[in-house]
Design a protein around this ligand. Structure first.
Ligand code: NAD
Length: 294
């Protein structure tokens, strides 16, 4: 079994991005600038946004963080989005989800200029992705593709089973892995809460992507010998042996499943770090006009 080391890969990607920023500086070009909007005090969101801003610093990108009170109205938030859309110095920006209940996430996502949508959540980017056109890919699926690519994992003709059909992970990764080319050319089964006999579906997987948000849901006897397992889940569960009283668990029972795999991502240290690395890659693409031109 080989561990798919998201920490190592994300460090490599950040080093590559930092080297490119150095070149841009030498040539007097524009430094990539990522902005992030955070609304309210959700602790998990604070951690994610800080990690994104820290990564910008590590690679030499410019970053700005717009902090909004939990009581910010939808109109106020949409005005901030418009301001970032119109700011020529900002190459890309994200609105950290989830948003407070009184704000319509869909309306906010739709307001983002697709050319600056480095999270790849706008339907224009999603549609372009689905058709195989140049697009900002959603960061978590893009991070998964990068893991497969950088570990040279064969995907052509493989049976991939995706657990979960969210718009940000399950559905896009199922589309991306079924697309022509590498990593892709898989035969994909997309499973969800209405799937009958989930363990039987999972047992058919050469490549399993688990993104459902239930800690240690996938058990050892569900996984085919030699399967590649990508665990997207980030779940906080009680653990009395930890000072904090909790630990982070994936959607896969790692201890039970790992001995049966050819490759597996750990949680933490797997897909989560690659999501941030992918966001940085998208920001550089935005700055260079690689998707939509300058
Ligand atoms: P979501 O909650 O939006 O969707 C969950 C999906 O799982 C749904 O499609 C649902 O049909 C399916 N599901 C729920 N219960 C099921 C069951 N019993 N059997 C089969 N399917 C079931 O999920 P999401 O936003 O894709 O997140 C999934 C997990 O991934 C969460 O733990 C989340 O924290 C994590 N996540 C991690 C990253 C990362 O960067 N690593 C990014 C996004 C999400």
């Amino acid at each position: 079994m080989t561990l798919l080391d998201g920490k190592l890969l994300s460090e490599q990607i950040k080093a590559e991005l930092a080297a490119e920023v150095e070149q841009i500086k030498l040539q007097g070009g524009k430094i990539p600038h990522l902005a992030a909007i955070i609304v309210g005090e959700n602790p998990a969101s604070q951690v994610y946004v800080s990690s994104k801003i820290r990564s910008c610093e590590q690679v030499g990108f410019k970053s700005s963080l717009v902090r909004c009170e939990a009581a910010t109205t939808q109109e106020e938030l949409l005005a901030i989005v418009q301001k970032l859309n119109n700011d020529p110095d900002v190459d890309g920006f994200i609105v950290q989800l989830p948003l407070p209940k009184h704000i319509d996430e869909e309306a906010v996502t739709l307001a983002i200029d697709p050319k600056k949508d480095v999270d790849g959540f706008h339907p224009v980017n999603f549609g372009r992705m689905a058709q195989g056109l140049p697009a900002f890919l959603p960061a978590t699926p893009m991070g998964i593709l990068e893991i497969l690519r950088r570990y040279n994992i064969e995907t052509s003709g493989k049976h991939c089973v995706v657990l979960g059909r969210s718009n940000i992970v399950g559905t896009p990764i199922s589309i991306l892995l079924s697309r022509k080319g590498y990593p892709g050319d898989c035969t994909v089964t997309l499973t969800h809460s209405r799937t009958k006999d989930l363990p039987a579906e999972v047992r058919r997987a050469d490549i399993l992507v688990a993104a459902i948000g239930i800690p240690e849901f996938v058990k050892a006897d569900w996984v085919k010998e030699g399967a590649v397992v990508i665990d997207v889940g980030i779940n906080r569960i009680p653990d009395e042996s930890k000072k904090s009283g909790t630990r982070i668990a994936g959607d896969v029972d790692f201890e039970g499943v790992a001995p049966h795999c050819s490759f597996i991502t750990p949680v933490p240290g797997g897909v989560g770090l690659m999501t941030v690395a992918a966001l940085m890659m998208n920001t550089l693409k935005a700055c260079k006009g690689e998707i939509y031109g300058k």
